[in-house]
Design a protein around this ligand. Structure first.
Ligand SMILES: [Zn+2]
Length: 120
């Protein structure tokens, strides 16, 4: 499926893969006169503004709200969503499905990590 938006950067993880984008970030080389947008994974978005000489943080927007998706998944008793799951959810949400539907699909296909052990 080619509708998945991948991170604009390379090497999103230790294996050198490009991961599905989670946020769309603004960039500008002329202090905001001309702004372009780049999709980025969670990791790259986290340090996107480090060392930037222009702050376009207010233009930053989520492509998909991963924590919101994970909340729905967690409410079904599952752990963190895998990259395959995030990719699938991104497609579903881009098509207009809601988070509950996307989360149900992700769990049905087993795209989740084992839930953390409950200790008492
Ligand atoms: Zn990345």
């Amino acid at each position: 499926m080619s509708t998945v938006v991948l991170c604009h950067m390379d090497c999103c993880n230790a294996d050198g893969d490009r991961l599905p984008a989670a946020r769309v970030l603004a960039q500008s080389v002329d202090q905001g006169a001309n702004v372009s947008y780049a999709p980025c994974c969670e990791t790259h978005s986290a340090n996107w503004w480090d060392g930037s000489d222009w702050d376009g943080r207010h233009l930053d927007k989520p492509l998909m709200d991963v924590p919101k998706l994970e909340d729905y998944v967690a409410s079904h008793g599952f752990g963190d969503v895998t990259q395959d799951g995030i990719q699938l959810a991104q497609i579903l949400i881009a098509r207009g499905d809601d988070y509950a539907t996307a989360a149900a699909e992700v769990t049905a296909r087993g795209f989740t990590e084992a839930p953390e052990e409950l200790t008492d």
